[in-house]
Design a binder for this molecule. Sequence first.
Ligand SMILES: Cc1cc2nc3c(=O)[nH]c(=O)nc-3n(C[C@H](O)[C@H](O)[C@H](O)COP(=O)(O)O)c2cc1C
Length: 480
Amino acid sequence: MKNQNCLPMIIQGGMGVGVSNWRLAKSVSQLGHLGVVSGTGINTILIRRLQDGDLHGEVRRAMNNFPDQIYTAEVLKRYFSPTGRKLNESYKLSSLPSCSPSISFLKLTVLASFVEVFLAKENHQGLVGINFLEKLQTSNLPGIYGAMLAEVDYILMGAGIPREIPSVIDHFSKNEAASIKPTLSGIIKNEEARITFSPKDIFPGINIFTLKKPKFIAIVSSSTLATHLAKKTIGTIDGFIVEASTAGGHNAPPRGAMNLNTKGEPIYGLKDNADIEAIKNLGLPFWLAGTFGSPEKLKEAKLAGAVGVQVGTAFAFCEESGISDDLKKATIDKWVFSNIQPLESIFTDPLASPTDFPFKIAPIDGTLSEEHLYLARPRKCDLGYLRQISTDQEGNFVYRCPSEPIEDFIRKGGNIEETRNRKCLCNALMSNIGLGQIQKNGYQELPLLTAGDDLIHIQQYIREGKNSYSASDVISYLTK
Ligand SMILES: Cc1cc2nc3c(=O)[nH]c(=O)nc-3n(C[C@H](O)[C@H](O)[C@H](O)COP(=O)(O)O)c2cc1C
């Protein structure tokens, strides 16, 4: 049995949606490091896998281990299709996340998170974590609870200030209700509002008194945030991942005003480099992330006092990851086997994400990185994970996303300027993993790939004579 207190040297970064799936996390975990599944959009992933027939039966096997079998039977009845979807058939949707979500949304999210962690942990003793984005406040509580039901070892959270999450974990470990304060933007008339999840109300049939308490790691980009969290958090923080702006996915915005370079990317300067000495002085374990995918960088991180590194881009394109095979092949062909100037072509887009955080894009033909394909997409918001929370004058919640139809966004108090170049990441990221929606009007949602600057190095994981690589190739390279 693996010593649960032994800290992992390599953390395979959580990558949404479904890029770091249970298969990838399990492989990394079995190799003695920390495999992390993504908890983002997990309810949609579950029901789409079921609607596509759950080909190898894994989802149903995990569901058989969920403590409420009456509920799993309902889910199967509603979503499972043994023969998959018909040609051009749209996926059925779950209800949308919100500050007071439907019971069906909450239950489905708990189940989905349970399934992903259960499968990642199945039949071995390695460590498994789950990653959430703090900004996705409307879906995080049931996701955390479901992961804890499956005995997750670590919860990792970035893209925000997860000050209340350790206390949520404490409450859930006693099977008690927990709540967080939503971050409101625009009109704020309901400052006392909380988003609550009460396990006993949602699953009255589940008789549990305690749950294993996972470690909590906050993903930060500065020592200021790390210090704030270390001092102001209610509950325990077990460590930090310090992520630089070269990492794949969302990046923290530069400090101060956002100035752009000639390509239109945010300019990061010296003051954006985290003060590692200050983080070290907090006395908690930490890992470095953002182009740390090589043995030299791993050594550098350890010399700086880190336990190790968190790596994402290298794992995102390995055989086990959730990215669809055609996109992996196109990426490897472009960055390994063609003569492009790879670093030049990773674009840190200040606008693409509805979250306001810069988002790294790996341009690939046939994806929304091509402007004409982006412009051709009929705007629609049917997944809603990234909606901003605001209120009306009466204090009722209003949800809006700058990628939704412009007239809807403006009607809800949004500013037209904010809608320019915004991409529907919710739908695009589902397409990245082969679960893209075919809208009722026949429009096929297209992918939009993210990767960090480390994409330039992926050839180093590919063995002679091969054109793909596995998670174990990445680990062998990093630890050589
Ligand atoms: C495809 C992809 C998706 C990502 N999604 C998330 C995410 O959902 N949550 C998160 O905290 N970090 C996310 N990241 C960041 C990784 O977890 C990791 O911190 C980062 O990739 C490390 O830097 P690297 O890309 O240089 O290896 C993502 C990265 C990639 C490449």
